[in-house]
Design a protein around this ligand. Structure first.
Ligand code: ADP
Ligand code: MG
Length: 701
């Protein structure tokens, strides 16, 4: 039997078919339940009546009680014409101002009647007034003392035009609650509700719309956030359990000559963090479970090394590997970088990108099929159907957030059995977000940089200081260092961005004249050959300066570069700035990152820039980014999106609730992995419902 909660919203009295359409279009509200799950985003305290003398400029909405002494219409120009009502209580007076419905209000307001006035005080001509307040007669039924908090619902222009004022929405929700209350049954097993001292689902829904007081509001919010995050984690963790059971892991138990010889010949010691991660990967490879691991490590922490050593473990056990990168530049660098490491090790590698010639392509295809190629490097050319392996055992994806879910999942099906999977990212994802986005992955972290790196000094400079920046660059170049100059590239304003880059490039070659100074330029509109040529010029040290768009963000390794200049730095997000900054400071030399901005900056931009100057810690920045911009805008999540729509939880703020919810879900699944137990019927049922409502992101990795 269908529950009343699923009734079409058009059947709610006061809605009807036409307005139902608007509710659906603007808010996605289709049924009664959707409307009950549409929560206020803030609350106004209507439990207190203020007196006029108490008003100060910091106040938001308040409630006053008093009388009107005079009413006048002032101003004759249409837009300045307004009705001013002098309002007074026993402590002072204040103007109530109306620009609309003047005639109606003038007739309606009566001197010497007591009113409750509700609005936001503002300052005009050095005294307080209230523009368009709500005014209602104070009666015995309406003493202006509602004794509770009033919810303010999110709204849009269209909703308002269709008559959905906050008052109207509140009224609709109120009558809906009356209708549906009996149907609001508990959604979490009672023992959890008791153990966690949660409000019941019904109480929580009631109080989220009509909080009796602040404390109940807080409890209602906690309960609903917990519920939401609990089911999310339950779903992710259950999925993980099932996958681990279903997909057999290729067992790679041998540590052989390939790995050992390379390890012995490394030009440096692995950091403890790298060693730890390799151990974690190794224990996955021998465990009989398919590895599905996310490796997070700050820029320059040496993730590539870990990938290559893992590929050697696969080779030792007779399996092929592939390592996929988002750009040709990066794939080429991985390939060339490992050629040196793998010299004399006895593994065969190849590089496959969009610009690989047809003949080469064919020979690679053969080498993959007959098993003679052990490690294949490349771009998304790797996932094309024509690329088939003889026995793929490990797939590594670098900078995984650059690839779409679908692209990534195509790699999974390249072998006879599902290969082990390692995805790597230098965009540190805060723990709470990782737990949601990648809830069914295991996570490793390289939290240590190779020794000998000096912290990068970050400075802020404005356009007016450009001359000083130029002399600083010259100083550095004369010391034998190289300089990056990066321009933003944003889809919406690509044209402008390219123009800025071109102008900037012209200025640089004017100021830094050849042949004394050589400047390379790299951007997305170049032919591949030109890009490769200029990149090589800079990488080999022949060019002193590289002017580029943010394409170089991903992973380019030029240890001799010690200065990173970021133009229009205010247009980059924190994580992106941090990525770019990580391009320098790779050698042992002292290095600098200079953030160029215009003189005028918004408060938020200034905060971001200051934060960049104050810390080198990628995780700290990522947490701050999440707080400042919210998870929707987090880099690394735009493409995949959040796996679910969160109604009420905020990942930036509700980390603790999330962890608690996850622990609770974990404990349940440990006891009953498939939720088969009779006492988990409710969970099974709700999870099923959740699944039907949401997209399947189980292949998010
Ligand atoms: P990322 O994690 O950003 O991908 P890379 O793997 O590109 O970092 O490594 C950055 C640089 O550090 C490379 O030049 C690499 O050879 C070097 N490197 C990696 N591991 C170590 C180590 N343990 N000691 C010294 N240098 C290292
Ligand atoms: Mg890298």
């Amino acid at each position: 039997m269908a529950s009343i909660l699923e009734s079409d919203i058009k059947f709610l009295q006061g809605v009807g078919p036409r307005r139902a359409e608007i509710l659906d279009k603007e808010l996605g509200i289709k049924c009664f339940k959707d409307m009950l799950m549409f929560f206020p985003f803030r609350y106004i305290d209507r439990s207190k009546i203020y007196s006029v003398t108490e008003i100060d400029s910091s106040m938001s909405y308040i409630q006053l009680r008093g009388r009107i002494s005079s009413i006048s219409v002032v101003g004759d120009k249409p837009r300045a014409k307004r009705l001013v009502a002098k309002f007074w209580d026993s402590t002072g007076t204040l103007d109530l101002v109306f620009f609309q419905r003047i005639k109606w209000i003038k007739d309606w307001l009566k001197p010497n009647t007591e009113y409750i006035v509700f609005g936001k005080p503002s300052v005009f001509n050095n005294s307080f007034n209230m523009v368009h307040p709500e005014v209602e007669p104070a009666t015995i039924e309406n003493p202006g003392y509602m004794g509770n908090m009033m919810g303010i619902y999110p709204s849009t222009e269209k909703l308002k035009n269709a008559g959905f004022s906050n008052k109207q929405i509140t009224r609709l929700v109120g009558s809906l609650l009356k209708l549906c209350e009996p149907a609001l049954s508990e959604t979490i097993p009672v023992d959890i509700v008791q153990k966690k001292r949660l409000l019941s689902h019904r109480e929580a829904i009631n109080n989220i719309h009509f909080p009796k007081n602040n404390q109940l509001l807080a409890q209602a919010q906690f309960r609903l956030k917990f519920e939401e995050l609990f089911y999310l984690q339950l779903s992710l963790l259950k999925q993980k359990g099932i996958r681990e059971k279903k997909i057999p892991g290729i067992i790679m138990s041998k540590v052989g000559d390939h790995f050992n010889n390379c390890y012995r010949k490394l030009p440096f010691q692995l950091t403890d963090a790298q060693k730890r991660v390799i151990k974690e990967i190794r224990s996955d490879l021998v465990g009989g479970r398919q590895m599905n691991r996310l490796l997070q490590g700050d820029v320059g922490s040496g993730k590539t090394m870990v990938a290559v050593l893992s590929a050697l473990l696969a080779a030792d056990n007779g399996y092929q590997s592939c390592i996929m990168a988002p750009t040709e530049v990066l794939a080429g660098q991985h390939y060339k970088g490992s050629l040196k490491l793998l010299l004399g090790i006895g593994v065969k590698t190849a590089l496959l990108t969009g610009s690989t010639k047809k003949k080469e392509r064919e020979s690679i295809a053969n080498g993959l099929l007959d098993g003679s190629i052990d490690i294949l490097f490349g771009t998304h050319a790797l996932i094309e159907d024509t690329v088939q392996f003889s026995n793929l055992g490990l797939a590594v994806i670098d900078e995984q957030h650059r690839f779409g879910v679908e692209q990534r999942s195509r790699l999974w099906n390249k072998g006879k059995t599902m290969p082990h999977i390692l995805v790597m990212t230098a965009t540190p994802i805060p723990r709470t977000l990782a737990m949601t986005l990648y809830g069914d992955l295991d996570v490793s972290v390289i939290d240590q940089l190779p020794p000998g790196r000096k912290p990068i000094k970050t400075m802020h400079a404005t356009d007016t200081q450009r001359d000083r920046i130029y002399s600083f660059m010259k100083e550095q170049i004369n010391k034998g260092r190289q300089v990056f100059i990066v321009y933003p590239l944003i889809k919406e304003s690509e044209k402008m961005d390219y123009k800025n880059l071109q102008d900037g490039y012209m200025n640089i070659i004017e100021e830094f004249k050849a042949p004394e100074y050589i400047t390379a330029v790299v951007h997305g509109k170049q032919k591949n050959e030109d890009k490769a040529h200029d990149m090589e010029l800079f990488a080999s040290g022949k060019a002193h300066i590289l002017v580029a768009t943010s394409v170089i963000e991903v992973g380019v390794d030029v240890p001799n570069a010690s200065v990173m200049i970021i133009e229009s730095a205010e247009r980059f997000g924190l994580s992106q700035l941090h990525q770019l900054r990580g391009r320098v400071g790779r050698g042992a030399e002292e290095s600098w990152c200079i953030l160029m901005t215009g003189y005028k900056l918004s408060k938020e931009s200034r905060q971001r820039i200051e934060l960049m100057c104050s810390t080198n810690d990628g995780f700290e920045l990522a947490e701050a980014d999440l707080r400042m911009r919210g998870p929707g805008d987090m880099e690394g999540t735009q493409q995949s999106g959040l796996p679910v729509d969160l109604h009420i939880s905020n990942l930036a703020k509700d980390g603790q609730i999330l962890e608690e919810a996850r622990r609770t879900a974990q404990a349940i699944l440990e006891e009953d992995p498939l939720l088969e137990n009779e006492k988990h019927r409710l969970l099974r049922y709700n999870l099923g419902k959740l699944k039907r409502e949401q997209k399947d992101y189980s292949l998010i990795s």
